[in-house]
Design a protein around this ligand. Structure first.
Ligand code: PLP
Length: 348
């Protein structure tokens, strides 16, 4: 017999991409980390963190982070809530807006955590298939009637992003809340941030994990009208951000130039990597993020994934419908990307 709720017993736990032990000699292109280091300004704050900052409880309102984000994004601080990674904010959204049996809509394939969180909540995931070209299935999503509708823009694993006008239309058609997950926006041409001024049912999610090279720190942001954040404040753990994250994350947010310069490098490398993959016969989807979805000519993605792993190169392989003949490859430094292309050249 089990002590767990039925939906937890039947839950397929979310499986994050593999994290080899620190110091392992691998080229890691599997979880979309930024290949460049975080801002020196952030590292300076980390190394000089006073003991007093750790002796005391952290600020439950994370005011320093919100002030820095306010300055960086041009949004009032009370339109900003900070989370322990945007993953925590996704969980808070689920807890605050979706009851048992409630509908949660999102297009597929996308970030698998939306499904996992729906199942933990014992909600009803409504999965709308993306067409082959990954255009937004707007009407079907609207008809799904979600209490929350999630759209990752840029989407993972396709890399496609969606114009503000389309997301605006979607927000106007759905009965509930639209959560636009902009985890990869720093590598994209545009953001839907302005939507939060227009719509009282839109939350934009941001993270410092990708653009700011701080996946290990755990800092995400929810951006919305204060009325829509109210319920999130209520379900939030009191001290969801630790003192180090507040101090270091705030410093990183003040260094936009560092983040932008690294994003520019990644975008330039992305174009070179895409060209290299196409030369090897891959079909490569156009990407607005720091990874590429690529299909080898023979569709033997699993074999290639394993062979690369044997050679110390990790890429992401999803054994799932529509993805099991493709690889998701994080854009690394040019040197890493060259090593990948060389290995692919040998094993194809
Ligand atoms: C990486 C990622 C996140 C998670 O970001 P964290 O802030 O590290 O929790 C959220 N959504 C998508 C689509 C992602 O790829």
């Amino acid at each position: 017999m089990s002590y767990f709720r039925k939906n937890i017993d039947s839950l397929q736990a979310y499986v994050p991409g593999e994290q080899p032990p620190a110091g392992a000699k691998v080229i890691k292109l599997n979880t979309n980390e930024n290949p460049y280091p975080p801002s020196p300004r952030a590292m300076e704050v980390l190394s000089s963190l006073p003991a007093e900052a750790l002796r005391r409880y952290p600020d439950p309102l994370a005011r320093q982070v919100r002030a820095a984000a306010s300055e960086a994004l041009g949004l009032p601080a009370d339109w900003i809530l900070a989370g322990n990674g945007s993953d925590e904010i996704l969980a808070m959204i689920m807890r605050a807006f979706v009851g048992e049996g409630g509908a949660v809509a999102y297009p597929m394939p996308t970030y698998v955590l939306y499904r996992t969180l729906s199942e933990i909540q014992n909600a009803r995931p409504v999965e709308v298939p993306y067409p082959e070209d990954y255009q937004l299935p707007l009407d079907q999503l609207a008809r799904a009637g979600g209490q929350v509708t999630f759209v990752a823009s840029p989407n993972s694993p396709s890399g496609t992003s969606y114009p503000l006008e389309q997301l605006d239309q979607l927000a106007g058609k759905i009965p509930g809340v639209l959560a636009v997950d902009e985890a990869y926006v720093d590598f994209a041409g545009a953001s839907a941030l302005e939507l939060v001024r227009r719509r009282d049912n839109v939350i934009i999610l941001r993270t410092l994990s990708k653009g700011y090279s701080l996946a290990g720190l755990r800092l995400g942001l929810a951006l919305a009208q204060p009325g829509l954040l109210e319920g999130l404040w209520k379900v939030k753990d009191s001290y969801n951000l630790d003192a180090a994250t507040i101090a270091v994350g705030s410093a990183a947010l003040t260094d936009q130039a560092w983040k932008n310069a690294n994003a520019d490098k990644v975008k330039a490398s992305r174009a070179r990597l895409a060209a290299g993959l196409e030369k090897l016969g891959f079909k490569v989807w156009p990407s607005q993020s720091n990874f590429l979805l690529a299909r080898p000519a023979a569709g033997d993605a699993e074999r290639i994934y394993r062979s690369l792993k044997d050679r110390g190169i990790l890429v992401r392989y999803f054994k799932e419908p529509r993805l099991d003949d493709k690889l998701r490859i994080t854009v690394g430094t040019d040197q890493q990307n060259q090593a990948l292309l060389a290995a692919l050249g040998q094993l194809l």
